[in-house]
Every structure is written in structure tokens, then in C-alpha cells.
Ligand binder design. Structure first.
Ligand SMILES: CC(C)(COP(=O)(O)OP(=O)(O)OC[C@H]1O[C@@H](n2cnc3c(N)ncnc32)[C@H](O)[C@@H]1OP(=O)(O)O)[C@@H](O)C(=O)NCCC(=O)NCCS
Length: 181
């Protein structure tokens, strides 16, 4: 049990030493988690990749990685490659803050549009993306190899300073009590 009054939620760029904790979240969240070499490639060799972790800090100084995301930024288009929150820490607002932080970071670097694929059955994630203005723009039949599930394509356009202000208001609307840095 965690209390958002007791812990501070913090976001920082992912580092190589985070990979073990990140993979624990990945394995707990996806049927086809990324192999270790994929994280090494993204961190060491992919200049288009922006990687964040969400970490909670307890008053005693303990730190725990509870969320992660990888976004690729190609000129003005961002693609959310992965995002997940540890199952024990879901539905506390962390995913929303993590997505917001990631979008903010790519908008400040020139992104005007963000895209992603999500499993057709993944209503939690689709709901999260819709909250941030993503709309369904297509469907890729049998996209996921493990169960031949369709992918839903979602996009948000017109990312700019006004969008950042709107996104902030969406976050505050929920009344999250996280102390957030
Ligand atoms: C999707 C995910 C990242 C959301 O993280 P989270 O920290 O639980 O999300 P939040 O608590 O910030 O919720 C934000 C919004 O997401 C949606 N949401 C989250 N969990 C939901 C659920 N179980 N059912 C329906 N909507 C849900 C809601 O719109 C919610 O807003 P609300 O609380 O105002 O209704 C998390 O469920 C997860 O890691 N899932 C497994 C990995 C995954 O599917 N990633 C996406 C791949 S495309």
C-alpha cells in the first residue's frame, strides 16, 4: 500500500543501471517484453530515443522505479514505443504524469504530432491516451505476433505550447495529490 502523501513522484532520464528495474516492470506488463539488448541499444546507440523513468522517493530516502517509457522522436513526430507502470502502483495517476512528462519533453524538442500502437483489448491504455487528446486513426489487423491481436493506431496532432497548457489542466483536473518533481 502506498500513499501519495508520503512519497514524492519524480521523473528522470533512464540510465543503464535502471535496466533491471525497468525490465521487471516490462515483464510484469507485457506478454512480449523487450530483451536487455533493446534497452542497451536505445540508451547507447539510438539518438532518436528519449527514455524516462518514474521513481518514488520515500521520506527515508529510499527510491523505487515504478514506471518507464521510451519515445522515439523523428524530426517533428514522436512515437511512443513503450510505457508501463508497475502493477502494484497502477491507477494512482503515475501513468498520466509519466505520459505528460514524456510528451512535454518531446514537444520542447520540436514534436508536433505523437503516434502509438495499442492492443485492441487494452482499454486502460486507450483511455489514458484519449484523456490526452489521442484519437483513433486506424487499425493494423493481426499486428501482435503472440496472439494475432489487432493494433489500434492513435495520434494526437497540433502539439504546441497551447497543448502543454491544456495537458497540465487535464492533469490537475484529476486532483492528483502526488508531490511531483
Ligand atoms: C496503461 C498504464 C500505463 C496506465 O498507468 P496508470 O498509472 O495505472 O494510469 P493512471 O492511474 O495515471 O490513469 C490515467 C488514466 O488511464 C486510464 N486508466 C488507467 N487504468 C485504467 C483501467 N484499469 N481501466 C480503465 N481506464 C484506466 C483512465 O483514463 C485514467 O484516468 P482516470 O483515473 O481519470 O479515469 C498501466 O495500466 C500499465 O502499465 N499497463 C500495462 C502496460 C500497457 O498496457 N502499456 C500501454 C501499452 S500501449
Amino acid at each position: 500500500m502506498i500513499s501519495s502523501d508520503t512519497f514524492t513522484l519524480h521523473f528522470r532520464p533512464m540510465q543503464l543501471e535502471d535496466i533491471e528495474a525497468v525490465q521487471a516492470i516490462d515483464r510484469a506488463s507485457f506478454s512480449t517484453p523487450w530483451p536487455t539488448r533493446a534497452y542497451h541499444y536505445e540508451l547507447n546507440s539510438n539518438s532518436k530515443s528519449i527514455l524516462w523513468v518514474a521513481e518514488i522517493d520515500s521520506p527515508s530516502g529510499e527510491k523505487l522505479i515504478v514506471g518507464m517509457t521510451v519515445i522515439w522522436l523523428i524530426i517533428d513526430e514522436a512515437h511512443i514505443a513503450t510505457i508501463a507502470v508497475h502493477p502494484d502502483y497502477r491507477q494512482l495517476g503515475i501513468g498520466a504524469h509519466l505520459l505528460a512528462k514524456s510528451l512535454e519533453s518531446v514537444i520542447r524538442r520540436g514534436a508536433e504530432q505523437a503516434t502509438l500502437e495499442v492492443r485492441a483489448s487494452n482499454h486502460a491504455a486507450q483511455s489514458l491516451y484519449k484523456r490526452f487528446g489521442f484519437e483513433v486513426v486506424g487499425r493494423r489487423p493481426r499486428y501482435y505476433k503472440d496472439n494475432a491481436e489487432d493494433a489500434i493506431l492513435m495520434t494526437v496532432n497540433n502539439l504546441d505550447q497551447d497543448y502543454l497548457v491544456w495537458m497540465e489542466s487535464r492533469l490537475n483536473e484529476r486532483g492528483s495529490s502526488w508531490r511531483y518533481s
